[in-house]
Structure formats: C-alpha cells, structure tokens
Design a protein around this ligand. Structure first.
Ligand SMILES: Nc1ncnc2c1ncn2[C@@H]1O[C@H](COP(=O)(O)OP(=O)(O)OP(=O)(O)O)[C@@H](O)[C@H]1O
Ligand SMILES: [Mg+2]
Length: 247
C-alpha cells in the first residue's frame, strides 16, 4: 500500500529525514517510536504532503503510484488521512459542519458523537477552546467521517487521561476495522496505519504488526513492538542504536 524509498527531507534549510525506507502493506499497522525532535511528525507530514517538507531525494509510493508531487487534497482523495499531534483550532467552522462535508457518502453514524463523548462539541467551532483530550477525540471523529484507507496517528494518546486511552484504543480499532462485514478472529484490519507513540499504551488495545524507531532522521530498527518497547524502557533510545547492529 505505502512504500517509501530512500527519503530525504528538509524543513527550513535543515535536513530532518536522512534516507528513510518503509513499506506498509494493506491491513498492516506499524508503530513508530523515537525521541523528541527525531523527525516522526516530519515523516507523517511529508507523507501527507505538507508544502513545508521539501523532498530532497527518494520516493513515496501509494498503491504503486509516486505521490511526491501531489498536493495534500489529492493525497486525501486517494485515501490518506492523518490525526495531527497538535490539531489547530478552526475559527468559523463548526465541528458538525466539517464532519458533514467530510462524510458525504461514507456511512457516518451519529452514534460516533456519543461514542467519542463529543455530543456537546458538535456545534462548537473546530477545536476552539477544546481541551487537549477533546482535540484528540475530535481528530478521531473527523477520521471516521473521512474514512481513509491509510491512517497516520501522531501521538493519539498524548494528553489523554489513562481512562480515556481505552476509548482512543477502541476508536482506532473501529476505524481500522471499518468496512469489514464480520469481526474477524484473529483480528485483522481492513485499513492500514502508522501510529507515532512515546508510551506504547496503545499496544494493549490495537494489534500492531511491526514497530520502528526513528533516531536523528533515520529508521534504526524494525522489530516486534514489545521487544522495542522493553529495550527503550530498560536502556533508553541508546539501546535501539546498539540493537541496530544485531538487527
Ligand atoms: N520550520 C522548521 N525550521 C527548523 N526546524 C524545524 C522546523 N520544523 C521542524 N523543525 C525541527 O525538526 C526536528 C524534528 O521535528 P519533528 O516535529 O518531526 O520531531 P518529532 O520526532 O515529531 O518530535 P516529538 O516527539 O517532540 O513530537 C525538530 O528539532 C524541530 O525543531
Ligand atoms: Mg512529533
């Protein structure tokens, strides 16, 4: 579904991604760990097509088609979606209005407002005055409305209280299972995802196939999520750099 080959990216004259290779197949969920400032958000924003992220070298392919030069809206139409790390407030646009535009023909259910505890927010301007956790849930609601095939979640659990993390996990599962007729066992998803996380809490709720670690703009590891998380907890990200040699 998504293939990234030798991707080099700069923002404001600074090279932030230095030769990233990544392949995500249909139905696969990958998690991305990495210290602050290592380039995780830059990678996601480059895949989404932010004009601030200048591709110096390499290719991003979606279903075999090179999308390097496509604007954000065309990538969104192809089925790429994102939940931002810090979603902006949108003055003058109500959450319900945005959801209605995004969800045309997508079978969006009104029940999702209550599922995500956003009934009272529907008639407020998008994210204006929303708490950190409310913004994260509003992002998920917009993804339900947009229904992308490949979804990037940039720290969906950051700023979310421990109890609500279960709700975020459930919502991500529902998003990734959408369109399947039966709840399949063992769990397999119809959509693909790339999830950025620092905590790994979501591993308790979402079935993740692979994990990666991004350090200084390079993917240094590609392994089982629990093994990577244990290494990071016990040795910090230094452990991932050492582990690279044994990978
Ligand atoms: N416009 C810019 N000009 C200069 N540097 C920038 C610009 N935008 C981002 N950066 C820098 O690029 C680096 C990577 O940022 P990025 O947001 O991708 O990190 P991250 O891995 O997502 O970190 P975090 O875990 O804190 O979210 C940071 O050091 C950031 O300050
Ligand atoms: Mg980030």
């Amino acid at each position: 579904m998504l293939e990234i080959v030798d991707l080099w990216v700069e923002i404001g004259g600074k090279t932030l991604l230095k030769g990233v290779n990544l392949t995500i197949q249909e139905g696969e969920v990958h998690i991305l760990f990495g210290p602050n400032g290592s380039g995780k958000t830059t990678l996601l924003m480059t895949i989404m097509g932010s004009p601030h992220c200048r591709i110096l070298k390499g290719e991003i392919k979606f279903y075999g088609k090179v999308i390097n030069n496509l604007p954000i809206w065309e990538r969104a139409r192809l089925g790429i979606g994102i939940a931002f790390q810090s979603p902006p407030a949108v003055k003058g646009v109500k959450l319900r209005e945005l959801v209605e535009i995004l969800s045309k023909g997508n079978g969006f259910s009104e029940e999702l407002y209550s599922f995500l505890k956003l009934e009272e927010h529907a008639n407020r301007e998008v994210n204006r005055g929303f708490s950190g956790g409310e913004r994260k849930r509003a992002e998920l609601l917009q993804l339900f409305a947009q229904d992308p095939k490949f979804i990037m979640f940039d720290e969906p659990e950051s700023g979310v209280d421990l109890e609500s993390i279960a709700l975020v996990g459930d919502a991500i599962n529902r998003l990734l299972e959408r369109g399947s007729c039966v709840r399949r066992q063992p769990k397999s998803y119809t959509k693909s995802a790339l999830i950025v996380s620092h905590t790994g809490y979501l591993l308790d709720y979402v079935k993740v196939d692979k994990a990666h670690v991004l350090i200084d703009g390079k993917l240094v590891c590609d392994k089982n999520p629990w093994d990577i998380l244990t290494t990071i907890r016990e040795q910090g990200y230094k452990g991932c750099e050492i582990c690279k040699e044994t990978c």
